[in-house]
Ligand binder design. Structure first.
Ligand code: 13P
Length: 249
């Protein structure tokens, strides 16, 4: 059965001291749902986050990685470096990486392969821009993104893939996809997985929604049958809000 997951993507927020404070706050929250909970602090604060959460069920994950094992890639970080600090899950393909750092589907396919080769789990992000939705191209865009970056994988590899549908127009804008829009797209993604793989594979993959998920809208979004959780930006930076979302299942 697929899992419910709520992951907080902290993006480029929180220095060392602020990371300690937020983690202390998170540890004071009570979890009443069965969701897997993850946080993705920035690279420089991963190590301290692992130490601070040693006795916690919260998983510390990374926001990005390079595809190469090592070499002349100034400023980059490899899978084995992440594994060295304890990271087992990495977010790949976030729309901000695509938009500001020119990450393409082809590059992301290489990153996905590198993560899986290192036994890491991938939260693979994708989603259409506003113009795609306005021109009714959103399904085709999303299908291309997952086809180009993931569909070279054989079915068994997908057990380490979590999908995160994040419509670009809903990220950080306060404008969320309606629960119906989220369900419609998640159902379409699952059908696309059935067509490429099979029912059992499609039904075992968690598909998260991301884009302005807040305590006020999480319950309705998570109640949709094909929505298995959320990738949370802004609301993950406040422990009470984040746990209100974690407990919205
Ligand atoms: P917001 O929740 O701030 O819209 O960000 C979503 C996101 O990009 C998570 O990766």
């Amino acid at each position: 059965m697929r899992k419910n997951i709520v992951a907080g993507n902290w993006k480029m927020n929180k220095d060392m001291a602020q990371t300690d404070l937020l983690i202390a706050d998170l540890k004071n929250q009570e979890q009443t749902s069965n969701a897997e909970v993850m946080i993705a602090p920035t690279f420089t604060n991963l190590h301290q986050s692992f130490n601070a959460l040693e006795d916690s069920k919260i998983e510390v994950i990374a926001q990005n990685m390079h595809f190469a094992e090592s070499g002349a890639y100034t400023g980059e970080i490899s899978a084995s470096m992440l594994k060295g600090v304890g990271v087992k899950t990495v977010i790949l393909g976030h729309s901000e990486r695509r938009a500001y750092f020119n990450e393409t589907d082809e590059l992301l396919a290489k990153k996905v392969d590198a993560a899986l080769a290192n036994d890491m789990r991938v939260i693979f992000c994708f989603g259409e821009e506003l113009a795609d939705r306005k021109s009714d191209n959103h399904e085709a865009v999303v299908k291309n993104q997952i086809t180009n970056a993931l569909f070279h994988l054989e079915a068994p590899a997908l057990k380490n893939i979590v999908l995160a549908y994040e419509p670009v127009w809903a990220i950080g804008t306060g404008e969320t996809a309606s629960p119906e829009q989220a369900q419609e797209m998640h159902q379409y993604i699952r059908e696309t997985l059935v067509n490429r793989y099979d029912e059992a594979t499609a039904n075992s993959i968690s598909i998260l929604y991301g884009g302005s998920v807040k305590p006020a809208n999480a319950k309705e979004i998570f109640s949709k049958p094909d929505v298995d959780g959320g990738l949370i930006g802004g609301a993950a930076l406040k422990a009470e809000d984040f746990y209100a979302i974690v407990n919205a299942f």
